[in-house]
Design a protein around this ligand. Structure first.
Ligand code: ATP
Ligand code: MG
Ligand code: MG
Ligand code: MG
Length: 467
C-alpha cells in the first residue's frame, strides 16, 4: 500500500480519475470573494457556487488535494493543537465531488473500495456513521458493502447538544450543507476513547478519517433551508490522518512530515524531549503561517492578518516556554519547503519572503514577550483560578499578547481568563480615548483593530465548535 504522503496523494487522485473525475488543483487559503468565510476550511469551498447552482464547470465529477486552515471562524481547531493526536490548524484534505451526478451509493462504495483495496486498510478496523434517519445510507453500508450492524452508528444533528459529534455538515453558518456519513478507524484498545456517538468519543482511539456529505440544502441567514438545484456529494478525508494509519503510527504528529518538523523545532529550541507538546504546536503553526504568507496573508491587527499574528505569536510563546529567548521560528521554513515544496511550488518559490515576514514578526514580539510573561507569571503566582480581565487586557494592549495566547498559558496552569473583564477594560479604554478627543481615524483603527475587526468575523460565523 502507498505510504509516503506523496504516494497517498497520488493514489487518491489516480483512483478518482479512473472513476471519471477531473483532478482540480488546491485553491488558496483565502477564499475568493466570500465574506462568510475566513479561510478555506475544506475542499468544497472552491465549489460553493457550483453547489448553489450559480456557477457551472465543464465537469460533473471532481477530485482534489486541498490545503485547509481551521483557525478562526467556523471549524476552529487552534485550541486542539497540542492536545489531540488528530487536529492541525493547517492540513490537507483529499476530496471528491459530484455536482448533481452520482449520489450516496457510488460515493460510499468507491470510498470503501479505495480504503480497503488501494490503501488496504483492515476492514475490521473500520466503522461508519450515518445521519440518524438516513436509512438509505445505512442500507448501503450494511446490505451492499457488508459492514456489520455493530459497526454502523446512527448520529443526529446534535441539536440537543448531548455529545459533540453531529452528522449534519455545514461549510459556514450559511451556504451548502447536508447530512453526512463518516468513516472511522479504530487505532486499538490501548488508546483511550470510545466509538462515535458514545460519551467518550472525543478520545483518540476511534479517529474520523473520511466524511461523505450528501449536499442537499442551502442554509439561509434566518436558519431556513432551501433545496439545492440538484443533490450533490462532497467528501473530505484528512491526509495526515490516513498517513498515520498507513505509516503505522497513531498520531498525525508522528508521520514523516511532522517527524522532520518536530526534529527541526527541537534543534532550534535545544529541546531533547521530542514528546514535548510545545514542539507539536510549533510544527503545526509553521505550516499554517508559512502557507498563509504564501497565500498573501501577513500579520496585522485585523481580520485574517490578526489570525496570522495570533498563530505566529502562539508558536513563539511555545518556543519561549521551551527556553528559547531569541527568534527561531523562521528557521523552520527550509525544512518545511523541503517536505512540502514539491507538492506546493508556490510555497517553495516564496521561501525567502516567508522567512522574512516570520522573522520580522518574531523580532517584534520578542521585544515585549519576556516582560509580558513576567507580568503573567506574577499574576498567576498565587493559587487563584481566574486571571483578572484587567491583566489580560494590559498584556494585550501593552505587550502584544493576543487573548488566545494568554488563554493558552492559563489553560496549561488550570486557570481561566475573565474574558468579560477583558472586554470591559477594552471598552473603557476606547471610551477614554474618545473622551480625550484623541479619536483620530488612523489611531483608532490601529488601536481597536485587534479586537474589533476580528470580532466582526466571529460575529459573522457563530462560535466555533470544537469537534
Ligand atoms: P473531527 O471531528 O475529528 O474534529 P471534523 O468532523 O471536524 O473532524 P470534517 O469537517 O468532517 O472534520 O472534515 C473532513 C475530514 O477532514 C475529517 O474526517 C478529517 O479526516 C479531516 N480533518 C478535519 N479537521 C481536521 C484537522 N483539524 N486536522 C487534520 N485533519 C482534519
Ligand atoms: Mg466530520
Ligand atoms: Mg472538527
Ligand atoms: Mg467529526
Amino acid at each position: 500500500a502507498p505510504v509516503s504522503v506523496a504516494d497517498i496523494r497520488k493514489s487518491f487522485l489516480d483512483f478518482f480519475a479512473s472513476k471519471g473525475h477531473t483532478v482540480v488543483p488546491s485553491s488558496p487559503l483565502v477564499p475568493g470573494n466570500d465574506p462568510t468565510l475566513m479561510f478555506t476550511n475544506s475542499g468544497m469551498v472552491q465549489f460553493k457556487d457550483v453547489f448553489l447552482g450559480t456557477d457551472k464547470r465543464p465537469y460533473v465529477r471532481a477530485a482534489s488535494v486541498q490545503a485547509c486552515l481551521r483557525a478562526g471562524g467556523k471549524h476552529n481547531d487552534l485550541e486542539n493543537v497540542g492536545y489531540t493526536a488528530r487536529h492541525h490548524t493547517f492540513f490537507e484534505m483529499l476530496g471528491n465531488w459530484s455536482f448533481g451526478d452520482y449520489f450516496k451509493r457510488e460515493s460510499l462504495k468507491w470510498g470503501w473500495e479505495l480504503l480497503t483495496e488501494v490503501y488496504k486498510l483492515p476492514k475490521e478496523r473500520l466503522l461508519a456513521t450515518v445521519y440518524i434517519d438516513d436509512d438509505e445510507a445505512y442500507d448501503i453500508w450494511h446490505k451492499e458493502i457488508g459492514l456489520p450492524a455493530d459497526r454502523i452508528v446512527r448520529i443526529g444533528d446534535n441539536k440537543g447538544g448531548k455529545y459533540k459529534s453531529d452528522n449534519f455538515w455545514m461549510m459556514a453558518d450559511t451556504g451548502p450543507c447536508g447530512p453526512c456519513s463518516e468513516i472511522f478507524y479504530d487505532h486499538g484498545p490501548h488508546i483511550p476513547g470510545g466509538p462515535p456517538g458514545s460519551p467518550d468519543e472525543d478520545g483518540d482511539r476511534f479517529i474520523e478519517i473520511w466524511n461523505h456529505v450528501f449536499m442537499q440544502f442551502d442554509m439561509k441567514e434566518d436558519g431556513s433551508v432551501v433545496k439545492l438545484p440538484a443533490p450533490c456529494v462532497d467528501t473530505g478525508m484528512g491526509l495526515e490522518r490516513l498517513a498515520a494509519i498507513l505509516q503505522h503510527v497513531h498520531s498525525n504528529y508522528e508521520i514523516d512530515i511532522f517527524e522532520a518538523l518536530i526534529g527541526a523545532a527541537a534543534r532550534e529550541t535545544h529541546t531533547t524531549d521530542l514528546a514535548n507538546p510545545s514542539l507539536k504546536v510549533i510544527a503545526d503553526h509553521i505550516r499554517a503561517t508559512a502557507f498563509l504568507v504564501s497565500d498573501g496573508v501577513i500579520p496585522g491587527n485585523e481580520g485574517r492578518g490578526y489570525v496570522q499574528r495570533r498563530i505566529i505569536r502562539r508558536a513563539i510563546r511555545h518556543g519561549y516556554k521551551l527556553g528559547q529567548k531569541t527568534p527561531f521560528f523562521h528557521k523552520l521554513v527550509p525544512v518545511l519547503v523541503d517536505k512540502m515544496g514539491a507538492a506546493y511550488p508556490n510555497l517553495a518559490r516564496q521561501a525567502q519572503r516567508i522567512t522574512e515576514v516570520l522573522k520580522a514578526e518574531e523580532e517584534r514580539f520578542y521585544e515585549t514577550l519576556a516582560n509580558g510573561m513576567e507580568i503573567l507569571d506574577a499574576a498567576l503566582a498565587g493559587d487563584q483560578k481566574v486571571l483578572p480581565g484587567e491583566v489580560a487586557f494590559k498584556l494585550h494592549d501593552t505587550y502584544g499578547f493576543p487573548l488566545d495566547l494568554t488563554n493558552d498559558v492559563c489553560r496549561e496552569r488550570g486557570v481561566t481568563v475573565d474574558e468579560a473583564g477583558f472586554d470591559t477594560a477594552m471598552e473603557r479604554q476606547k471610551a477614554q480615548a474618545r473622551a480625550a478627543g484623541k479619536f483620530k481615524m488612523d489611531k483608532a483603527l490601529e488601536y481597536t483593530g485587534a479586537g474589533n475587526a476580528f470580532v466582526g468575523y466571529e460575529a459573522l460565523e457563530a462560535p466555533a465548535k470544537v469537534v
